[in-house]
Each structure stands twice: as C-alpha cells, then as structure tokens.
Design a binder for this molecule. Sequence first.
Ligand code: GLU
Length: 493
Amino acid sequence: MSSNVRVRFAPSPTGKLHIGGARTAIYNWAFARANGGTFILRIDDTDPTRSTEENTQVILRAMRWLGLDWDEGPEVGGDFGPYAQTERMDLYREAAERLLAEGKAYPCFCTPEQLAQDRAEAQARKDPFQGYNRRCRNIPADEARARMEAGEPYTLRIKVPEDRGDVVIDDAVHGKVVFDAKELDDFVIFRSDGTPTYNFATVVDDAAMGITHVIRGDDHLSNTPRQVMVYEALGSPVPTFAHISMILGADGKKLSKRHGATSVEEYRDAGYLSDAFVNYLALLGWSLDGETTVIPRDVLAREFSLERISKNPATFDPKKLDWMNAEYINRMDDETFVSQILRPQLEAAGVDVKGAEHDAAWWDLLAEIVRPRTKMPADAAGVAAPVFATAETLAYDEKSVNKGLAKEGMGAVLDAARKALAALDEASWTAEAIDAALEPLPEALDLKKRLVFQAVRVAECGNMVSPPLGETMQLIGREDCLARIDRARTMAL
Ligand code: GLU
C-alpha cells in the first residue's frame, strides 16, 4: 500500500531528543507507516546560536535507537532535499522574493526602537491589537525598492489580505479552532539580517516537501494561523494539522528536568528496551482501543490513527514505563532473552559465563528462572550471578547469612540436606529430584518449612532472594552444590 501521505518530524538541534519530541516523532512515523506514506526527517537548524552538529548527531542516533526509520532526510537523501534548513536558505529567499514581487509581502523599515514605541503606545491606550501597525504597508513599491537598494535595513513582512476574515483550522485533534482576523498582524517572514523566521521557513519547506499532515506539539497551535497565511500567500494547499497535547509530570506541570531523565539517550543508557519505550510513549496521548497496553511496534505501525489521539494532556509515569519494560522482557522467548539480555548483562558485569560448558537447554532453563525476576536488563546479571559462581567464589550476603544460616539448628539442616542431596547421582540431578529430596526435611527435623529452605537457599546462592531452588541447583550442578553446603556448614550453628 502506498499513498500520498507525507509527514515530517522537524527537530531543532538545540538540544538532545527529549521525551516530547520522541513522541511526536513516533506519531509521525506510525502515521506514515499506517497509511503507506512517507516519513521525512528534517533538521530545523535555522537558529545558528543554539543549533549544533553534535546535537543533530545525537538526535539521529536517538531516532535510530527508537527504530524510527525515515524515508527521506539526513543520510538517506530523497527527492525533496536538502533536509537541513541551513542548506535551504536560497529557497526561502526565492520564496520571499516571489511574495515581494507579487505584492504579498513588503519591506518594513521600522527600527526596533520605533516598534518598541508603537507597542508601548498600544499598551498605554489598552488597544486590543498589539501587533504591527502596518506603517510600511503602503509605501509605494518604487520608493520601497529605492530604500532597499540604498542599503536601509529592512525586514520583510507578510501582507495579510484586508478581507481575510477569521482563520479557521480544522485540527485533527482539537477540532475547529478559530483565530480572530483582528489578531492577524503582518508578521515578519525575513529578519533584517537576511534570515527567515520559523513560521516562514517551516511553511516554505512543508509546502515544497509536499507535507500533507503536520503532526506536532500543541505549543505550535498558536503559530498555525500565521503559517496558514504563508501557505495562502504561496498559493500552496494547507495541510491537515494535528496538534498533540503536552506531556506532564506527576505533579501536573509540564515535563522537565525536575521530573528526572528527559532525554531519550538517558533511557537507553539506563537499560530500557527501545520497543518498550516506544510502546510507552505512543500511549501518552494515543490509544488503540482504550484498554490494550502492550502494542508492539508492528501493530502501532498498522493501527495508528489521528482519530484516537486524545486532546487531554498525558502524564508521564516512570512506574508505568518500568512496568512496560518488565513486560517486554517477560514476553521474550528464551533465546532472545539469553542473547539480548542475559549474556550481554553478564558480560557487562564481568561474570565469567563458562559458556562452552553449557548447552542451549541449560541456558533456556536459566532464562526461564531469571526472566521473571528481571525488571531492568541489569537485574539479570545479579539474579544469575550465583549460578556462575563456584563454591569457592560465591559471595555470601552477610545479612542473609545472619538471618538464614547463623542460627541454632541450621547446622543440622545443612547436614540433613547434604545427605539427602548426595543420595542423588549426577544423572538424576534435576530440579524435580532436588525438590523431592528436600521436601521431607522440615517434617523430619520438626522445623518450619521456611527455615529449612531459607538455610539451603543461603548455602547455595549466598542470599535469600534467588530464583526457585530446584532449578537453580540443577543449573549449578551436583558437585558444586554439595561443596557449597560444605562451605556454608562452617557458618551455620
Ligand atoms: N523545529 C520546530 C520544533 O522543534 C518544528 C515545529 C514544527 O513541527 O513545525 O519545535
């Protein structure tokens, strides 16, 4: 399926890619994919004081990590390039000159002081209109031309048609939004230093790139009537707008650094899975059916629609993100969990995995017991570590030893456990057989089940929070399990 849907994500490289920007990118990407359209990445780097190449690279990297592949843009090219605004300056100039020649824009020679004075006067009179008073609008064309050529500084202003009337936007999220004609002023499209303003450059680009839907944060809603003026002056069709709500922190304030990590790469570095992160952000203001929470990327790319975007601000809840992350980990099959989480995490933690000794079935069993205990990838190494230790190297957690081993009667527990376990031979060393061997001990020793298993657990794993004992001991192996009991015996009373 292919269609004429063309959408763009147009970050300004004045900082890193943040959660809000990432969500905007996800919506544009998903909308393009769901409609067989084209997703364009454009770098809006016209603010030379704040844009850096380094930020651009960080944004591209974050986009790649998010898995939001773009069909046109930096590094992939396309028929409507270049895809960085600083490389499109000629196009803005040409467009402005055309509007000037057609009388749809005019030069304004008012000095900043003059404009400040006008504003102050308008304020003093409590004039409801505080925009530009159109002083230069009716300077005859040849006079204006002469002053420009004489080198007098000027800006270019759009000439809002006298009879334009209210600007009505049929926003895909907000519905009909009416902007009063009286509020439209002849705003600047080119500054006196020869650079285009955001409202102008964006529309020249969106028009030239054939953008059909502008999906962006609703902090830009107030810019939209001005942008509509530019489309109309250029004679280009106005795209459909979809302004998405802000993302708030738990305190109801706009999400910011105060709420914790805000850049995409901080989440990547903290170990969040890209799929889970994208799923979570997609739900900040959009829903599939109002209840489904786990929406894999391919479903999102098939089912995303503007109709299901909510008008209401969404709240970023780190706990829900954590839940989503754990959910994605939990849904991994054994092989994926081992290759993408377990092995890399063990390696990062410097755990010697003695890999060659273990077959796939061994790793699968380990995956099965570690996965449900892994909320963040880094948890996996800690949970699995006792399995990779040996009786000599196993680290005993002091608190666990005090609570589970260094107690009257625990020596007898370990003696009985050792005897029962030693009766199993190598071939019958399975989780079921181990569990069955330990099962009768509490009754035989007349002790609480919890105490008995706690002692064996601390002896084998060094702590009290390890995965199921039988499976863990099967993975450790008979010989080392018995050796661990012998070592632990010296700590038990
Ligand atoms: N560069 C603008 C921003 O980052 C793009 C706004 C738009 O999508 O029009 O806010």
